[in-house]
Design a protein around this ligand. Sequence first.
Ligand code: NAD
Length: 668
Amino acid sequence: MKNRWAETPDNEIDQLVYQSRLVGAEESLVLWGGGNNSVKAHSTDLLGAPIPVMYIKSSGSDMKTIVPKEFPAVRLDYIEPLRSRDGEMSDQEMVDYLARCVVDPSSRRPSIETLLHAFLPARAVLHTHADAILALTNTRGRETTVRECFGDSVITVPYLRPGFRLSRDVADAFASKPDAEGLVLMNHGLITWGDTAREAYEKHVELVSRAEEYLSRGSRESGVGATTPDTRHPTPELLAPAIRGALGAKRSVILEFDGSEDVLRFLARDDAKRITQIGPATPDHLLYTKRYPLFLEAGDDVSKALNDYVERYTAHYKNYPSEFAMLDPHPRVVLVPGAGMWTAGKDARAARIVRDIYRHTMRIIESAQGAGGYETLNDEDAFHAEYWPLELYKLTLLPKEKELAGKVAIVTGAASGIGRACAERFAEEGAHVVVTDVDIALAEEVAKSIVAKHGLRRAIALRLDVSGEDDVERAYAETIAAYGGVDIIVSNAGISSFGSLDVLPAADWDRAFAVNARGHFLVARAALRVMKQQKTGGSIVFNASKNVTAPGKEFGAYSVSKAAEAQLCRIVALEGGEFGIRANMLNPDAIFGGSRFWSDEMRSMRATAYGISSENLPDFYRNRTLLKTEVTADDVAEAALFLAGPRSSKTTGAMVPVDGGVKEAFPR
Ligand code: NAD
C-alpha cells in the first residue's frame, strides 16, 4: 500500500480531515462509512475554562468525503473515568452517556467506537477494516498467522462486538505493551496511533503493507485452483428477472450485476461454493451482505434454491432466543459461476454498497485461503452481530417506505411533456426510472436531474424508438442489466397526425400506427415476457387519449391508432390477469404546458377547425371542460402514479380520463 501523505495542513482538525480523505480513497482500507479516526486536543467549556477534548469521526460519516463538522468534540474529562468503572456498560447506556459528553449538543453522534479511541493514551488514533488485516485474522489459527506476519510488534485482541468491553480490553492490551506498533482486532481491523494524524496514518500504511506482502507470498505458494468458467447457465439477462422476482417476492429489490473478470475468475475456483459459505470477513459486513451469499449452480431452480436459503436462515434465527423479530431472511448476494454476481438492496445505493463489500470479501477470502484457509465468526457471534440492538434500533428510525420503493419503471417518450412528468413523479415516490425516448439528449437531461435530486442510479436514460422491434428488445435488456428487471411501464410515446381522410397520405397513416399502435404492442410484449419471468406481477399504464372515446374530425390517423392502443390495453389486461399483471389506460386531453405534441401546425389546424385563433386554443379547451380547468402533464402523471402503484391493485382493464370533464368523451 502506498503512503500518500503529501502535505500537512496547519490545524489538527484539518489534518484529521486530510487523513480521512486519504484513507477513504483507499477501498482496501474502508468502504462506505467504515473506519474511524480521532485526535485529542484542548478546548474550553461554556464558561471559558480549559477542557481536554477528543475530535472523533461521527457515526456513519464517509471518510472519503468527510468535512470538519463531522468530527464532534467529546469531553475527555467525562469519558476517562469510565475506564475504571466497575462492571459492564450496555451499548444503550454508552450511547446515552456519550450524547452528554459532546461539547456542542447540536453536533453529530460520535462513533460507536469513541471509548476505544478515548481509552488509548496516544493523541492521534486511526482504525480501519483493512482487507489485508481481515484476511490475516480470518484464517484458521489466526493468532499464529498474525504472529508469523508481524512477529511481536503488534498486539492482538480477540473478536468482540464494538462497545464498552472491547474498548476496555483494547486499553488493557495496550497498557501491557505500550511500545507495540499497532493493534490487530481479530475479524475486525487494525488500530494504529501516533503523536499526529500523519504518524498514525504512516504506521497504518506500513503495517498494512507488511500484511499485503505476507499474503502475497501465501497466494503464490497455494496457487489458486481456477478452472474454466462454467458457461452452462443462461445469459445474465435471462437469469436476472427470475432472481429479482424470487428475492423480491415480499418486498421489491433493486439488483446490481457484476460480471467483471475478477468475479468470474473467483467463481470459477473449484472450491468457490464451499469458501463462500463460511461467512463474512467482519461482522459489520453482515448487516449489508447477510452471512452467506446464495450460490447457484448450473441446473439449480432459482425458487427452490432460495427457499432452501430462507429455511437455513430461519433455522439459524430460531437457534438463539431473541426479543427481536426475524429480519429479512433473503440473501443479498447471488453468485452464479459463468455468469457473475448480483447484489440486492432496497434501492440502487444499497445494492451498490453490497456489491462493493462483497467484491472485497472475495479478495479477503482468496488471500486467507492462501494463508492457511479462510475461517470466520462462529454461528453465535454471527447471530449477535446481526441482531445487535443498536443496529436494530436504527432500523426503527427509518422513514416510512415510499409508494414505489424498490420498483423499476420504464417510461417511453419520457424526454418531454407527460412522459417526463411521469418519470419525475415516479422517482419522487421511490421508483428507479428508465427514461427512454428517441431524443436521447433530452432524455439524458431528465435522467441526470432525477439522479441529482434522488441519488445514485435512481434513473438511467436509454435511446428507444418504440416502433423498432430490436430497439425495444435492447432497451429491456439494458434495463435488466441495470436493475435486474422491471415492474411498471408507462407506455406513453406517441405522435400526432392530422389531415382529413380524403387527402391523408398513406405514409402518415402508417407513421401514426407505427408509433401509436405497433409501438405500444412491442413495449407491452417485452414487458409481459419479463414480468412473467419475475413472477411478481406488474403494472402497464397506456397513455391513450380522449380521442379514443371522442374522436376528432381531421384527426383520423391519430384517433384510430389511439383506439388500437386502447384495445391493446384490454387484451394485455385479459392475458396478464392470471400473472398479476395489470393494464390500464389514461385518456388525457389538451395538455399544452411542457408538451411538444402541439406543434404550431397542429395548433393552427385545430384552431381553424374550431373557428378560433391559435392563441385562444388553450382557453377554448379549458372552457369546454365541465370543471372549466386547465389539465397539465403533472395531472396526468398523478393519475399514472395511481394506476402504476399499489393503490389501484384491484383495477385492470380500466380507462381513466384526465380531461377536466369532457362530456362527449364519457364512455358509452
Ligand atoms: P411530447 O411530444 O411532449 O412527448 C412525446 C415524446 O415522445 C417526445 O419526447 C418524443 O421525442 C417521443 N417520441 C416520439 N416518437 C417516439 C418514438 N417512436 N419512440 C419513442 N419516443 C418517441 O407530447 P406529450 O403531450 O407529452 O404526449 C405524450 C403522450 O400523450 C402521447 O402518446 C400523446 O398522444 C398523449 N396525449 C397528449 C395530449 C396532449 O394534449 N398533449 C392529449 C392526449 C394524449
